[in-house]
Write a protein that binds this ligand. Structure first.
Ligand code: CUA
Length: 160
């Protein structure tokens, strides 16, 4: 009788171990994916008066700033284009984009990456990314925003 209970206990322990091992594998997998893909979940970085985007503050002066080894970009997505019209970064350096719109809803999709941000007037979207390959990455608008929507394209160049 006692012998049998020992066997059952061992069997249960094996299952508990298996369960914990699966959880560990899952956590490692998710961690690996987050590290390799980059965390490109856009976050809200505050609100802004959409009527003043063109005239006041950081977005009135759309630009790329170099901060140490990283970049910060202030981007206006407007009907129908992006400012700055062209951005350049060195490969392998983190870029943090702040994006907003002075008019209607747009999106900021960087081709060949998983950056795809909704740009809502009155809100500042923030997303960070490190480009690991040099090349040209067109920026396109995925949100129908009016007659010029299809031409709402911009250029992002990653230099070696
Ligand atoms: Cu902006 Cu479509």
């Amino acid at each position: 009788m006692e012998h049998q209970e020992h066997i059952i206990e061992r069997y249960e322990r094996a299952w508990i171990f298996f369960g914990l091992a699966m959880i560990a594998v899952f956590i490692i997998l998710v961690g690996y994916l987050m590290l390799t893909m980059g965390n490109t979940n856009p976050v809200g970085a505050g609100r802004i008066d959409a009527t003043k985007v063109r005239t006041e503050g950081d977005f009135a002066n759309p630009r790329v700033e170099q901060v140490g080894n990283e970049y910060v970009a202030y981007v206006q997505a407007f009907a129908f284009g992006y400012l700055p019209a062209e951005m350049r970064f060195k490969v392998g350096r983190k870029v943090t984009f702040y994006i907003t719109s002075p008019d209607v809803q747009h999106s900021f999709h960087v081709h060949n990456t998983n950056i795809n941000v909704q740009v809502i007037p009155g809100e500042i979207a923030k997303v960070s990314y490190t480009f690991s390959k040099p090349g040209e990455y067109p920026i396109i608008c995925n949100e129908y925003c009016g007659i010029g929507h299809a031409n709402m394209i911009s250029k992002l160049i990653v230099e070696p």
